[in-house]
Ligand binder design. Structure first.
Ligand code: C2E
Ligand code: CA
Ligand code: CA
Length: 639
């Protein structure tokens, strides 16, 4: 595609160059032609001067001859005097003629000379007439004057004809030349128009090229996020309510990128983009909207089509990728969302993204956004009202604690505080349900504050009871990115008198990556208080090696979706293994969460994982239950 485009650009450059050359030649020709025509016109003008002079001479000479003859018939008449006057005119005309004719200068001069030489004979003739010597005068006229003036007249007429012929020739040439010039002018005009059109065309295509570049992902050549959003926005502006968006994420791409290098990673993305494009239909918009994330815009009414196309897409990734010498297996997680009334592009993308994450987390391959996840607005508002009330009153919101077990000693290495809400009518509401609702409002700050205060108060109580048990608290994105959060943590530590190292904050990869600069700064400030920091749900996000090195970090918590199946699934096992390795290299504690059976525990121990957490050891429990357990000092390892 690229090479034909370049080819076309070259061809039009050549055409434009060629036409400009033609235009230059035509203009040159017009200039030379104009100059030549000016020359010809000069000649024509000169020639008409010549012919006029000869014509004058011929006329006057003819008149003189006639007067000479009449004078003989009537020697006393006025003709004799007139002969003298006309003779002067004839001589003057011959002199002028000799002066004007630059072509036949000599011949004109000799004609003038002959006329001068004839003058004595005419004078003699007039004297004879004056004397009344008619016979002598006749003899002079017939033998001397008439033959010589006849020959003179012959010469004049010959010259006159020559000049007339030349005049006609020049005039024809001038006509021919100006006709050529006219055609040249027409041709210049036409070529000029074509060059102008080509110029305008090339400006337009240049502009289009610039526009395309701004809207295109440089690596894959697919539209980028901005272009995708614009196209999807147009679709919804057209009133196409049935727009469906698929977001496609390459599972395990991050590992490939880290382990095999960015070059292979890039090639993989290009190839993945091509497969994606090929498995969709011509009119579907396929875009790359993030690192390893693609999106497809379907504008059909049939929502089941999303499922069909997703299946086709999944199948397209069954074949391993062959990049140079390397074979890579990649799977995709696909999320789908269909626009409902009032859904804008951003919402649609968000919904598809949520569905995609769901698909990824639960290894579904494909998942469609259902809407109940976000709850419908009315129910959401009721829930928010209830939460506000719960935050005000205090009793309904409590914390449970889940022990984290050191794998080498089996001792409690710490506990994770997990929020519990006892709703007056609904009973227990899971944090997975109410925390996302809280996060949509600034109530989340009050909530985080509450959790931190309760957890630290509990940690203080344990310290006072002689148990050094560090408490981990989950911090939602909004709180982490809130500018005053680190100061709030400091205040609460002072207030409860808990040393910083007895607190650990858990933040997810997603929240760090949503605004790395702010997140890193907040973590740095919190860590300066002695507080430990942990990346929760590790493996489900996008954090790269580079970011991990930059993050002020103490702990990595491998997401339970990888841990739970690691004894059966080779790639899950590989992820846990590489995380343990990474933790070791970066000096981080690695925690495996969601450990439910002994086989997983022993696999983790074999890999050298530091800490484990899960139902195998303990479910989240009220503080008193933990205190009781701590009383036993060590928790027996069931493995
Ligand atoms: P999380 O941080 O990943 O917390 C671990 C979740 O896994 C807890 O669910 C816990 O009960 C569950 N779990 C622990 N061991 C196992 C196991 O062996 N198997 C299985 N299947 N699950 C296990 P929970 O308490 O429902 O919390 C869900 C999520 O809600 C938490 O996930 C966390 O993201 C969020 N959350 C909980 N409390 C808070 C909080 O105080 N603040 C914030 N911001 N988020 C919280
Ligand atoms: Ca957690
Ligand atoms: Ca987790």
């Amino acid at each position: 595609m690229g090479s034909t485009r370049t080819g076309r650009r070259w061809a039009s450059a050549w055409v434009a160059g060629g036409l400009s050359l033609v235009l230059a030649v035509l203009s040159g020709y017009a200039a030379v032609g104009g100059w030549r025509q000016a020359g010809i016109l000069d000649r024509v003008a000169a020639d008409s001067g010549n012919t006029d002079a000869y014509q004058q001479v011929a006329f006057l000479a003819g008149w003189e001859t006639a007067l000479l003859q009449s004078a003989l018939d009537e020697p006393t008449g006025p003709e004799r005097r007139q002969v003298v006057e006309v003779g002067v005119l004839v001589r003057a005309a011959t002199v002028k003629m000799a002066g004007v004719d630059r072509d036949h200068e000599q011949r004109a001069a000799s004609i003038a000379q002959s006329r001068t030489e004839l003058q004595p004979a005419i004078d003699t003739y007039l004297a004879q007439l004056r004397r009344g010597d008619t016979a002598g005068a006749r003899a002079t006229l017939e033998t001397v004057i008439e033959p010589r003036s006849a020959s003179l007249m012959g010469d004049v007429l010959t010259e006159l004809n020559l000049h007339l012929a030349a005049h006609a020739r020049y005039q024809a040439a001038a006509q021919h030349e100006s006709r050529l010039l006219w055609w040249g002018g027409v041709a210049s005009f036409v070529v000029g128009l074509i060059v102008l059109a080509l110029f305008l065309f090339s400006i337009r295509s240049h502009r289009r090229r610039v526009e395309t570049m701004a809207a295109t992902d440089a690596l894959t050549g697919l539209p980028n996020r901005a272009a995708f959003t614009a196209r999807a926005g147009l679709a919804s502006a057209d009133g196409e309510t049935d727009t469906t968006v698929l977001t496609v994420n390459l599972d395990g791409f991050r590992d490939v990128n880290e382990q095999l290098g960015h070059q292979i990673g890039d090639l993989l993305l290009i190839e993945a983009g091509e497969r994606l494009r090929a498995s969709m239909r011509e009119h579907d918009v396929v875009a790359r909207i993030g690192g390893d994330e693609f999106a497809v815009l379907l504008r059909d009414g049939d929502s089941a089509l999303g499922e069909a196309l997703a299946a086709r897409l999944t199948a397209a990734f069954d074949q391993p990728f062959l990049i140079g010498e390397v074979t890579v297996d990649l799977e995709v997680s696909i999320g789908a969302a269909t626009a409902r009334d009032g859904d804008d592009v951003t919402t649609l993308l968000q919904h598809a993204d949520m569905a995609m994450r769901e698909a990824k987390e639960h290894r579904l391959g494909f998942h469609r956004f259902s809407g109940d996840h976000g709850q419908d607005t009315a129910a959401r508002l009721t829930l928010l009202g209830d939460l506000r009330r719960a935050l005000d009153s205090g009793g309904e919101l409590t914390l449970h604690y889940q022990p984290k077990i050191a794998m080498d000693t089996g001792e409690v290495a710490g506990v994770e505080a997990l929020a519990r809400w006892q709703h007056p009518t609904k009973g227990w509401v899971s944090p997975g349900e109410f925390i996302p609702v809280l996060e949509t409002t600034s109530l989340i700050h009050r909530f985080t504050d509450r959790v931190l205060r309760v957890a630290l108060t509990q940690a203080r109580e344990w310290l006072d009871g002689g148990h050094r048990v560090a408490v981990s608290v989950n911090i939602s994105t909004r709180s982490l990115l809130d500018e005053s959060f680190p100061d709030r943590v400091a205040e609460l530590l002072t207030e409860t008198g808990v040393p910083g190292d007895q607190l650990c904050i858990e933040v997810t990869e997603h929240s760090v990556m949503s605004d790395p600069a702010t997140a890193i700064e907040a973590m740095r400030r919190i860590r300066a208080l002695g507080v430990r920091t942990s990346i929760d749900d590790y493996g489900t996000g996008y954090s790269s090696m580079t970011y991990l090195k930059l993050l002020p970090l103490d702990e990595l918590k491998v997401d339970r979706s990888f841990v739970q199946d690691m004894t059966n699934d080779r790639s899950d096992h590989a992820l846990v293994e590489s995380t343990v390795e990474l933790g070791r290299n970066l000096g981080l504690t690695v925690v495996a969460e969601g450990v439910e059976d002994a086989a997983t525990a022993s696999a983790l121990r074999e890999l050298g994982c530091d800490v484990a957490q899960g139902f195998l050891y303990a479910k989240p429990m009220p503080a008193e239950a933990v205190t009781e357990r701590l009383g036993r000092r060590t928790v027996e390892s069931p493995a």
